[in-house]
Design a protein around this ligand. Structure first.
Ligand code: P6P
Length: 339
């Protein structure tokens, strides 16, 4: 009997990747499987979020006598817990925590990786049932193995990322991750409780017809950004305009859609918030790595996101990311902003 081997789980995929790197220790594969486990646990709670009135409001004790945590706190606990108790991570920095967390136990200090993540991005959308997500990045530590990690291990530019990925808790739950070898997407099969390879070798289309931006801030954007947005809205045989405007207000969903279909996502700086809203470490660097590996591009309006040298754990940056040709067209309008 032929066993259906077309289904390849995340675990099988990460272990198979090891074959191409005989000297690999398997730590990165172990770390990615840990992240997948935490994502499955978060997925269960996210899917119940609509029942919170039945299960009890956040901060209360539910019928099982358990404290009902805010979902983003719950998600942060899940990712931090699996990584702390795994053998592949020496410490984490989370969008949910003011400072980084060093795992000081004897096993963890021997690990060569650190993780950064936004455990539940877009959580304000939970109560209106809009898709939300987790965003993560993996760095090789810069401090000596065997010592407790320091802030230096987390303040690395995105071009030092070893891997990055995201989970989108949507109509289906997907985990997408990139290494320098490529970007692969896994869809959670609830019948077996496994992430299974559904989108092998994802490439970002060179161009697209979707632009994503919060029009409410339009008059606060720089002139070049406003000019480009108006180009997106006009009929143009060369660019194929007018484009379609799609903006969910959940970065993981907006960027995931544009990665698959082609498009551009913009969260520009504004006159009152020149650095924009999105966090460099937890949101922008991981997505910049993923989209760049897939053939797209990401900048802050002046330089590649991946080349920014971080100075603070929670620093923000303007973010422009998406299909290469659309990014290059945007840049031609931004030249006036950078004079
Ligand atoms: P605005 C969600 O709060 C988030 O951090 C991203 O997921 C999303 O892209 C952005 O903020 C939306 O911000 O200001 O347009 O509501």
């Amino acid at each position: 009997m032929d066993v259906n081997r077309k289904v390849q789980t995340l675990d099988e995929f990460t272990i198979q990747q090891l074959r191409d790197f005989p000297h690999a220790t398997g730590e990165l594969s172990h770390l990615l499987r840990n992240l997948g486990l935490a994502a499955k646990r978060v997925n269960v709670e996210v899917n119940k979020a609509g029942l919170v009135d039945i299960l009890g409001d956040f901060g209360t004790i539910n019928v099982q006598g358990e404290e009902v945590k805010k979902l983003d706190v719950f998600a942060n606990d899940q990712f931090t817990g699996v990584l702390k108790h795994g053998i592949a991570c020496a410490g984490i920095a989370s969008e949910e925590l003011d400072d980084f967390v060093a795992f000081g136990d004897p096993k963890s200090v021997q690990s060569k990786y650190v993780c950064v993540y936004d455990p539940l991005d877009g959580s304000a959308n939970i109560d209106v049932n809009v898709s939300i997500g987790t965003i993560f990045g993996v760095y090789r530590r810069v401090t000596p193995i065997g010592t407790v990690v320091t802030k230096e291990d987390f303040l690395q530019p995105g071009n030092k990322l070893v891997a990055a990925g995201y989970v989108v808790y949507g109509s289906s739950t997907m985990l997408v991750y990139a290494t320098r070898r490529g970007v692969n997407g896994f869809t959670l099969d609830p019948s077996i409780g496994e992430f299974t390879l559904s989108h092998p070798d994802i490439k970002c289309p060179e161009t697209g017809k979707i632009y994503s931006v919060n029009h409410g801030n339009f008059f606060k954007y720089a002139e070049g950004v406003r000019d480009y947005i108006q180009v997106c809205q006009q009929k143009d045989k060369k660019t194929g305009g007018p484009y379609t405007q799609r903006y969910i207000g959940s970065m993981v969903s907006d960027v995931h859609r544009n990665l698959i279909k082609g498009g551009i996502f913009m969260y520009p700086g504004t006159t009152d918030k020149p650095a924009g809203k999105l966090r460099l470490l937890y949101e922008c660097n991981p997505f910049a790595f993923i989209v760049t590996v897939a053939g797209g591009k990401a900048t802050n309006g002046k330089m590649r996101i991946l080349d920014i040298e971080p100075e603070e754990l929670h620093q923000r940056t303007p973010m422009f990311i998406g299909s290469l040709q659309m990014m290059e067209e945007l840049e031609s309008y931004q030249e006036k902003d950078n004079k």
